[in-house]
Design a protein around this ligand. Structure first.
Ligand code: DGY
Length: 336
């Protein structure tokens, strides 16, 4: 292609490695500046490479603060490869005329599978069992070897009854669990009925649940939703599962509660300062730790990459991106 035709294309910055299909799709529509690395981009590098671009395909460690957003001249759209978007100040982006998108729905079931798996792994001590066998400690069957807790017919408490919360509830219903939930918004009546959900106060949820699973977005109101006080309200036999965002839990408080057996166990996929994990958690056996992989199935991560690429292309080409987080900006731009 000759140079002036090439320059007609919009340009997009991809800050970190994504699936090749998504890059190929972006290349059909734009000039692609691809940081094909897993390291992510420092703010200074981002500031330089973003110049002259109309879109950026970002990931959760790319922080778009009001200060960074103020420097993004010419960017029409930020397409985040995640359903969570606490790394982007959406109201500030809106003020700067930047559309923001995310990747909902495609990861709902994959993430719910993983949350339920963490719940079961912690309840039935499967990781401890794995290490026990691997290290050659298993010499005989014992009636009280690695006794865990039943999951079926127990009470599951879900904070946040959105898409993923509901998908977790659907799995729990299959295990004949009683399901209570807390959310500022009530789930649709049909969903409550289908899954037998009961809306309760946060305090009642903490006191009654055998398992507490967190499915809230990270916002000022949900930061440290679970701290020392809440952990003390939980049953000593309870298990906490977090696949939402690390700062929803006060991590040092949780580590201490696990060490002192204030609660029985935890299954964690997310941490307050990723990829750093509280050193105390690393020493404990009553916690199952995963490296933020709840949505990491081949199909789902591929779909998330493609979805972000499609959102970026739509925004660059002046079409409404399908998974828009600030639709009011679109209405304004479209003159509605
Ligand atoms: C999300 O989508 O928000 C996950 O945490 C990253 O896969």
């Amino acid at each position: 292609m000759c140079d002036n035709l090439r320059s007609m294309k919009p340009a997009v910055l991809v800050t970190k490695r994504i699936f090749p299909e998504a890059i190929a799709f972006l290349k059909e529509h734009a000039d692609v500046d691809y940081a094909e690395s897993d390291d992510g981009m420092r703010a200074e590098e981002l500031a330089v490479r973003i110049r002259g671009k109309q879109a950026v395909v970002s990931q959760l460690m790319d922080k778009f603060t009001p200060e960074v957003l103020a420097t993004l001249d010419g960017i029409k759209v930020i397409a985040n490869v995640a359903v969570g978007y606490d790394n982007i100040d959406v109201p500030a982006a809106t003020r700067h005329g930047i559309l923001v998108t995310h990747t909902p729905d495609v990861l709902t079931d994959t993430t719910a599978d993983f949350a339920f798996m963490l719940l079961m792994s912690a309840a039935r001590r499967v990781v401890e069992g794995h290490h026990f066998v691997h290290s050659g400690q298993w010499t005989k069957w014992r009636v009280d070897l690695l006794l865990g807790q039943d999951v079926h017919h127990r009470t599951l408490g879900i904070f946040g009854m959105g898409r993923i919360g509901q998908a977790v509830a659907r799995r729990a219903a299959g295990f004949s669990m009683r399901i209570i939930y807390h959310d500022s918004r009530r789930a649709p009546e049909a969903v409550e009925k289908e899954l037998g959900l009961e809306l309760v106060s946060a305090e009642r949820l903490l006191r009654e649940a055998d398992f507490v699973s967190l499915h809230v977005p990270l916002m000022p109101e949900t930061r440290h939703l679970i701290g020392a006080r809440e952990l003390r309200m939980m049953k000593p036999t309870a298990i906490l599962v977090n696949t939402s965002r690390g700062p929803v839990v006060d991590e040092p408080a949780l580590a201490e509660a696990l060490e002192r057996h204030v609660i029985a166990g935890a299954g964690l996929d997310v941490y307050e300062n990723e990829p750093r994990v509280d050193p105390l958690l690393l020493k404990l056996e009553n916690v199952v730790l995963a490296p933020h992989i709840a949505s990491a199935s081949v199909d789902t991560r591929r779909k998330m990459s493609m979805m972000a690429a499609e959102n970026a292309v739509a925004g660059m080409e002046g079409r409404r991106p399908p998974n828009l987080l600030n639709p009011e900006l679109w209405e304004k731009l479209a003159g509605k």
